[in-house]
Design a protein around this ligand. Structure first.
Ligand SMILES: Nc1nc(=O)c2c([nH]1)NC[C@@H]1CN(c3ccc(C(=O)N[C@@H](CCC(=O)O)C(=O)O)cc3)C=[N+]21
Length: 283
């Protein structure tokens, strides 16, 4: 079975659009992009387009590639203090001259729709999440939509980044999976991966996951964004070689990517709702 992230994201965006209307809210997202990396620009454009579609206002802050950390922090402080902005997204990666950790930690936790702030990650790891990072949360949504059982299952996450691997493991653990995190130093990696009922690959290497690493019937989630020999977009998984062995598998494109954006919209709605309706501060 192919897990159609595009279709699930469309469905979730439609539902969200109705909810936003029903609540009479006009959430607003600010994106911050530093430099002119074409891929980053494309992702940010896609995010603004999604905002428009569901009734979220958006503004884009663009800083030059040589902006100092101080200059980026200044922009974030302004957005933190702007009552019209509910969510702040700093597009990653930042240029090497900018201190990414300081920038992430400068975002007000109640506007942290990316879920990368230590407050958000701390909540997630304690099992009381507020904003979960969009890519792993989007993966949970897709597993849920297709009714893939998680509780008690063996989940293996390959990759330990702050934006994908670590929060993915925390979300799966919160859903009662037995979770293993693998990384570049893992011994007997293929054997670890072969034990997985749910295998999440966030490695960044084309055709990294072959059939010898996949248990028959496993659910395979491909977070990779790579290029094949022809320069075509492809994931970490050798899709053609794995698809018949896997019980369920996400394609690239059309799998995890669209879910990331749909989840960002949901997080931004949640940020607006928290401020306007809940009348409580979760922090
Ligand atoms: N602060 C921050 N938050 C992010 O969420 C974030 C980020 N930085 N930096 C970069 C990554 C990457 N990312 C993607 C979003 C959508 C697709 C997506 O929709 N991809 C389409 C294909 C698009 C194409 O044709 O290239 C698909 O897979 O079907 C992919 C990747 C968000 N990221």
């Amino acid at each position: 079975m192919i897990l159609d992230g595009k279709a699930v994201s469309e469905k979730r965006l439609e539902i969200l659009k109705e909810k936003i209307e029903e609540f009479g809210l006009y959430p607003r997202l600010a994106t911050v992009i530093v430099g002119e990396d074409p891929a980053s620009q494309m992702y940010v454009r896609m995010k603004h387009r999604a905002c428009e579609r569901v009734g979220i206002g958006s503004i884009g802050i663009e800083l030059p590639a040589d902006a100092t950390t101080g200059r980026v922090l200044e922009a974030i402080t302004r957005l933190n203090n702007d009552p019209d902005i509910n969510g702040i997204l700093v597009q990653l990666p930042l240029p090497s001259g900018v201190d990414t950790t300081r920038v992430i930690e400068a975002v007000a936790p109640d506007k942290d729709v990316d879920g990368f702030h230590p407050c958000s990650l701390g909540r997630l790891f304690s099992g009381t999440p507020v904003f979960s990072p969009c890519t792993p949360q989007g993966i949970m949504t897709i597993l849920d939509e297709y009714r893939i059982p998680i509780a008690g299952k063996r989940a293996v996450v390959v990759g330990r980044s702050i934006d994908v691997g670590r929060p993915m493991a925390a979300l799966l653990l919160n859903a009662d999976a037995t979770v293993t995190i693998c990384h570049s130093k893992t011994e007997n990696l293929a054997a670890e991966m072969r034990a997985a009922d749910i295998l999440v690959s966030a490695v960044g290497k084309a055709k990294f996951v072959g059939p010898d690493m996949v248990k028959e019937g496993a659910t395979v989630i491909d977070v990779g964004i790579n290029q094949d020999e022809q320069g075509k977009l492809c994931g970490d998984v050798d899709f053609e070689a794995v698809k018949d062995r896997a019980g369920a598998i996400t394609p690239v494109p059309g799998g995890v990517g669209p879910m990331t954006i749909a989840t960002l919209m949901e997080n931004t709605f949640m940020a607006a709702k928290m401020r306007t309706c809940d009348n409580t501060t979760v922090w």
